[in-house]
Design a protein around this ligand. Sequence first.
Ligand code: NI
Ligand code: MN
Length: 232
Amino acid sequence: MEKVKLTWLGHSCFEIMYKKKVLIDPFITDNPAATVSVSELEPDLIAVTHGHRDHLGDTVELALRTGCRVVCIHELSQYLKSKGVAAEGMNIGGSIDLEGFSFTMTDARHSSSIDEAGHAFDGGKAAGFVIRAGNVSIYHAGDTGIFRDMELIAELYHPDVAIVPIGGRYTMDARDAALAVGMLCPKIAIPMHYNTYEKIRQDPDIFASYVKASSDIDVILMDVNESIMVKI
Ligand code: NI
Ligand code: MN
C-alpha cells in the first residue's frame, strides 16, 4: 500500500510528500489564508500551474534558496530561468519524471500572465497537473472553468484525488466544481481557491452536498495546514 501525505497550505498551495516533497503553487507571502512562513518550507521540487501572483507566489525566492527545480509551462520557465531558477519547461499533454514523481500537464480554462513581470514576459497558458507518486494519482486543476474534456483526464489518468477550485468569479464555483468532480470520478475530492478573499467567498459545504447528491465520492474539506494520508 502506498501512502502519500497531502497538506493544504491555503488557497491553491498544496504539498505532496512521498519520499520527497513537491510544493504546488507556493503563494505564501501576502496570502491571507496562509499561516506558514516561506522560510519554513523546504521543497525538493515546485510545480506552478500559471503565472498569476496567487500561484507563482514565492516560487523564485524558494527555488533560489533551496536550489530546487520548478516544473511549469515553457513560457513561464523562460521567465524563471531569467531569474536564475532551475526551471523545467513542459507543455499541455506532455509528461516529465522528476524527483520520483511523474507530472502530466493538463489543460485549464483560464488565462496566464506573469503579474510581477508586467508585459515583459509571455505567461503562456494556464494549466493543471496530474501528479503520480507511487501508484497514487493526484489531479490539481489549477485555476479553471469547467470543461468537458475533464472526462478525458479521467479516462487517461484515473485520478485518485481531484483538487478543484470552487471560489467562482475567476474559476468554477461550487456547483460547476461538483459537476467537474462527477466527470473526473476520483475517490476523493478536495476544494481549493475559496475564501482567501471576499471575491471568492464560497461555502464548501454546498460543494460537498452537490457532490454527495450525485456520487459516492468522498469530499474532504481540509483546514489550512491540515494533512491527510492518501492510501491506495
Ligand atoms: Ni489565475
Ligand atoms: Mn488564482
